[in-house]
Design a protein around this ligand. Structure first.
Ligand SMILES: *Cc1c(COP(=O)(O)O)cnc(C)c1O
Length: 355
């Protein structure tokens, strides 16, 4: 049949999903909603007008988010996960080989795919050997290429490290001077605590993408949002179909956002667990643990494939990067509950130091 040109060669998202006994492979929250929140969500869902297109639910969530960040409602767009937000941003700034998109690597594997889908000219920018971003070189590359869009993931997935807000500002300022849009993917910001959101009012080119999927444990509902200046949100909203968000997801996210204080203790628990597990992993022979500001830890181990196979045999799912460029023999372990983390660590230790 006459499929679109290049569709056959499009790479797919390489995550393999399976129901592991201990699932620490996708940076999800391993706890379901706090009971108080769940109760409110269920009661709210029972009042949904199933026969109506979503209107009220969209505006209610948007208004709440805008109020929290002290921005205008027009500066918020809600999407089907931040995935949809990022995809639309790439789409809006792509479209031709002269529209260049610069993004770091290794980073979120979807950037490359969205750039391709948007028919943009993808310019991956290599992080250094410790996965740090050479900021001056990054800015110079974006300028030399006259890029339409530059992206950073902060904190970065899958490496875990983060840029300071000052660094984000330096990039935003320099790129604003050349009219280059700058997307900051803050999927893990709740575990880092330092956001660039307040810079949006200062830099018209800055776009922040956020998600409910990670810290707020709403991966099932697919809700994310962006904060940007009205010109940007207006242009990007042209790429959406009418009523692209469903009322059930919007109403759920609305309650979760209202009750976000209920999530603070578990976010703190996950940060404490990340620190604890990182320290423990450092005691294992031959394991390099990368610093993390997220709800996961990246490690390097020479026999990563064998270790991953062993954990699979125990029905423990972590994320192995196989032979992905720059991530050879790296494994990413999401932070689960304390019990899960203990068992994951014990199992890794048993493989590496059996005696
Ligand atoms: C998980 C993740 C996302 C996408 O999350 P959604 O569920 O689509 O909101 C975006 N960026 C990064 C870096 C992620 O790790």
């Amino acid at each position: 049949m006459k499929y679109r040109k290049n569709l056959e060669n499009m790479p797919s998202y390489d995550g393999i999903e399976r129901d592991y006994r201990i699932k620490v492979n996708a940076n999800e929250c391993n706890l379901n909603l706090p009971p108080l929140v769940e109760e409110r969500v269920m009661s709210r869902l029972s009042r949904i007008a199933f026969n109506r297109y979503p209107n009220y639910e969209y505006y209610s969530l948007r208004e709440q988010i805008a109020r929290n960040f002290s921005v205008d409602e027009e500066q918020i767009l809600i999407g089907g996960g931040s995935s949809e937000i990022i995809e639309k941003v790439f789409y809006a700034f792509g479209g031709s080989s002269t529209n260049k998109i610069v993004y770091p690597q290794p980073s979120f594997s979807m950037y490359k795919i969205y750039a391709k889908a948007a028919e943009a000219n993808a310019i991956p920018f290599d992080l250094d050997n410790d996965y740090n971003l050479d900021v001056d070189k990054f800015i110079a590359t974006v300028k030399n290429e006259s890029a339409a869009l530059a992206v950073v993931c902060n904190p970065n997935n899958p490496t875990g490290n983060a840029l300071t807000v000052e660094t984000i500002e330096k990039i935003a300022k320099n790129l604003n001077d050349i009219d280059c849009a700058f997307l900051v993917d803050e999927a893990y910001v709740e575990f880092y605590g330092k956001s660039a959101v307040n810079l949006v009012s200062k830099y018209p080119n800055l776009i922040i993408a956020r998600t409910f999927s990670k810290a707020y444990g709403l991966a099932s509902t697919r809700v994310g949002y962006m904060i940007a200046n009205p010109e940007v949100t207006n242009m990007i909203s042209k790429t959406y179909m009418p009523y692209h968000m469903n009322s059930l997801s919007l109403a759920t996210a609305d309650i979760v956002y209202q009750m976000r204080d209920e999530f603070v203790p578990r976010i703190q628990m996950m940060i404490a667990e990340r620190k604890r597990i990182s320290q423990q992993l450092k005691t294992l022979n031959g394991v390099k643990v990368y610093p993390s500001e997220t709800n996961f830890v990246l490690i390097h181990y020479d026999k990563a494939t064998e270790l991953n196979n062993y954990l699979e045999s125990l029905n423990i799912g972590i994320r192995s990067f196989g032979s992905s460029p720059r991530l050879e023999n790296c494994l990413r372990i999401s932070i689960g509950t304390r019990e899960e983390n203990d068992e994951v660590f014990k199992s890794i230790k048993k493989f590496i130091m059996p005696n």
